[in-house]
Design a protein around this ligand. Structure first.
Ligand code: F6P
Length: 363
């Protein structure tokens, strides 16, 4: 048995723990493991890699990597092979489906099963490859925690922990200078990171994509706090949040048609200054929340997912994603898990907790 591991999409803390666990679990069964560099690029464009686009993985190569951030294989969120952008001479872009060519490359490389470690984009590609005849197992990764059919993805715990620590730091300077701060955090179209870190650090307002917001209650809160002698406030805004009467802040759209979000923090700060007359500063946490050392939880979950992916193969599964549920790690059909974004349910207890704590949610 020859297994290929691929890490695709934005990196997330815990990726290396998955690579290590899957490798060790496969090697124990006498199987061979290779890692594909940069998503599928190592297979498609091997000439771009001086040492080849496939990295042999064994106990030696994965030693001591579980606590390292990023991915030793590299990653990319560009160049979807099932919807591959090709720029034409006239500047227009035509999208080609190269799924069958990619499956053929897997066959040429004698790869029996692909373990695809990724978010919804990478897992959708894996599902297409599966439909085209390649045995695949998915492993759910994303700091955004927006994948369906798993109670959590690895990477989320670290992102929330780092965001919480950084917001704590914003608090102390906000207090010292009696300032209002708006902290913008990643999370794409879901508010999991903003809500979790906001509640954990005890901020005064949290704006998430699931609740189109008005700034009136936020401005009223800032005024009330000033009257009460607490002239500082911290507002967390998810990058995908949008005003009820406006639209999402999109910085650019890539050739792959992916939106790059950002800028809502500055817009909110500007408006709050206008509405309250208070000096309002913006801090954008950005990629910092997904870099660096993974939390113990993410190392553990990554290890559990990586080992479970190999058990899935040993047990004859195909076309499934490993997932975490109350009873532990199990398998769900890959096709069911993709294409359905898991946003924050408005009746979940974390939202209720935020309301009970007096956190303004912009509604
Ligand atoms: O999906 C993870 C994530 O970090 C999102 O929170 C964010 O919107 C996006 O990736 C940023 O992508 P990039 O690294 O391509 O800017």
């Amino acid at each position: 048995m020859r297994i290929a591991l691929s890490t695709g999409g934005g990196d997330a803390p815990g990726l290396n723990a998955v690579i290590r666990a899957a490798t060790l679990a496969a090697v124990r069964r006498g199987w061979e493991v290779v890692g594909i560099r940069d998503g599928f690029n190592g297979l498609v464009f091997p000439e771009q890699y001086p040492n080849g686009g496939l990295v042999p993985l064994d106990g030696e190569t994965v030693r001591g990597i579980a606590h390292r951030g990023g991915t030793i294989l590299g990653s990319t969120n560009r160049g979807n092979p099932c919807h591959y952008p090709v720029r034409q001479d006239d500047g227009s872009v035509v999208y080609e489906d190269r799924t069958d060519q990619l499956v053929a490359l897997f066959r040429e490389a004698d790869i029996d099963v692909l373990v695809s470690i990724g978010g919804d984009g990478s897992l959708a590609i894996a599902d297409r490859l599966g439909q085209a005849g390649l045995p695949v197992i998915g492993v759910p990764k994303t700091i955004d925690n927006d994948l369906d059919l798993t109670s959590v993805t690895f990477g989320f715990d670290t992102a929330v922990g780092i965001a919480t620590e950084l917001i704590d730091r914003v608090f102390t300077t906000a207090t010292s200078h009696s300032r209002v701060f708006v902290v913008e955090v990643m999370g794409r179209y879901a508010g999991w990171i903003a809500l979790s870190a906001g509640v954990a650090s005890g901020v005064h307002a949290v704006l998430i994509p699931e609740i189109p917001f008005s700034l009136d209650p936020v401005a009223a809160l800032i005024r009330r706090r000033e009257e009460r002698g607490s002239p500082y406030a911290v507002v967390v805004v998810a990058e995908g949040a949008m005003p009820a009467d406006g639209h999402r802040a999109v910085l650019s759209t890539s050739i792959d048609q992916a939106e790059r979000l950002g800028g809502i923090g500055e817009q909110v700060a500007h408006k709050l200054t206008e509405m309250t007359g208070r000096e309002t500063r913006t801090t954008v946490l950005g990629h910092v929340v997904r870099g660096g050392v993974p939390s113990a939880q993410d190392r553990l979950l990554g290890s559990r997912f990586g080992a479970a992916a190999i058990r899935a193969i040993a047990d004859g599964h195909d076309g499934v994603m490993v997932a975490l549920h109350d009873a532990g790690v199990d398998y769900v059909p890959l096709g069911d898990a993709i294409g359905r974004m898991r946003t924050v349910p408005l009746d979940c207890d974390t939202i209720q907790t935020a309301r009970d704590l007096g956190i303004v949610l912009g509604d």
